[in-house]
Write a protein that binds this ligand. Sequence first.
Ligand code: NAD
Length: 488
Amino acid sequence: MPLRPASASDLLIDGKQVAGSGSTFDIVNPATEEIVGQAADATAEDMSAAIAAARNAFDTTDWSRDHALRARFLRQLRDALLAHADEFREITVAEVGCPVFLTHGPQLEGPITDLGYFADLAETYEWTRDLGEAKPMGLKNRRELRAEAAGVVGAITPWNFPHQINFAKIGPALAAGCTVVLKPAPDTPWCAALVGKVIAEETDFPPGVINIVTSSDHALGAQLATDPRVDIVSFTGSTATGKKVMAAASESLKKVFLELGGKSAFIVLDDADLASACSMAAFAVVTHAGQGCAITTRLLVPRSKLDEATAITRDSLAGLAAGDPTDSGTICGPVISAAQRQRVESYIELARSEGGTIEIGGGRPAGRDRGFFVEPTLISGLDNTSRVAQEEVFGPVLVIIPHDGDDDAIRIANDSPYGLSGQVWGTDEDRINKVVNGVRTGTMAINGGIWYSADVPFGGYKQSGIGREMGVAGFEEYLETKAVARPA
Ligand code: NAD
């Protein structure tokens, strides 16, 4: 059965593929501006039916207690999806505009394969822990802790790495025994809906344990945050929306899990290999046109080497022009939409008006009159208080800022409302460790290290979020702890 639907993609509600009670909406290829297809445009009524199905599956079946069954179905899903990898690759590049090379990693095959990690966790996790005997109030008791699934999960996701983020929620939530309603971003409905098609047609998941509801209406996300039948909201997106989700969820006092924005620093110490560091910083900021929450978008370099660092970074960016995402050599594709391009361009304009110098880029690539492309851009001449250094641009835009030594670099890195990720380059181990320990972020890379992996918890400090995704910590976000005691 081919994945690409003949008409609009369907919703997955209570184990069935349904068109829903709304109409459909268009999916636009960001690289060509052509309409790729349509997705079902769910209504509040459809969302309510999906929540009811998830609630029913959680409350009336053995799903949350049968760990082996869940592991089996997660592996079944992984294998079914991998069998469609090439179809998904084509659809993902067309819908997301992501460079095809990324689909061999975090844009597709990585997160599908990682479903196996969560299946393993369902089987190997210590669901019951003996706490031994104690004598509270003088009476001997034997105590144990039982981990239990937290309930119905409302998963709300963005468009930039749709498979990675959808599976980093679906995988651990289902492995933990929760049931799920997934609402993907309006820009990337197929990446979720076609997973729903595979689930319905090629797996044995019981009805209602996973529901997928696509919509052009953000209000359906808000509905998940407020509906009292949902126990946890697992949200990835912008900090502004995350704040709204948290406020909405407080009405019914849901557990809230938030992965939000970032403005991460790439710190170059004065004993670092400047050429390697600056080339890596350039490569990082253009990858997927800078549309990654953990991408390092502030390059902090020793003041004495500012001119040299600026020249190296500028030359590196010159070799990383934005191009066709279907080309295997492309690192920087388009941004997701005309609105996103407008947002990126307005930040470049703002940098100019704040007195910044555009060292390279700053416009649209010549010869590309279709597609939402932005030139890789380097901004100098601004300090960390400028808006372009403080706010998330979400485009291929790097700000280079001088620092006056290691402590100053740590101070600048932390002078941000965000705390998601970062990178330090240097030689002296003690100095590197001081920076790693001093920067308040959820992940740090040393000299180009790669922390991204299914077993590594990812998340942010400060306004970059609450909680961790992936790893054992990410799995435990979907659990409750029950303490049990009996007289011994
Ligand atoms: P967004 O916040 O606009 O939307 C994210 C999701 O929230 C979408 O599904 C949207 O429909 C839904 N939504 C919108 N308003 C809502 C509301 N009031 N209540 C509930 N749901 C609502 O984000 P985006 O533009 O799709 O994605 C880009 C942002 O995501 C960036 O800020 C980026 O940093 C962030 N992001 C963070 C991480 C992370 O793990 N920290 C990962 C990827 C993206």
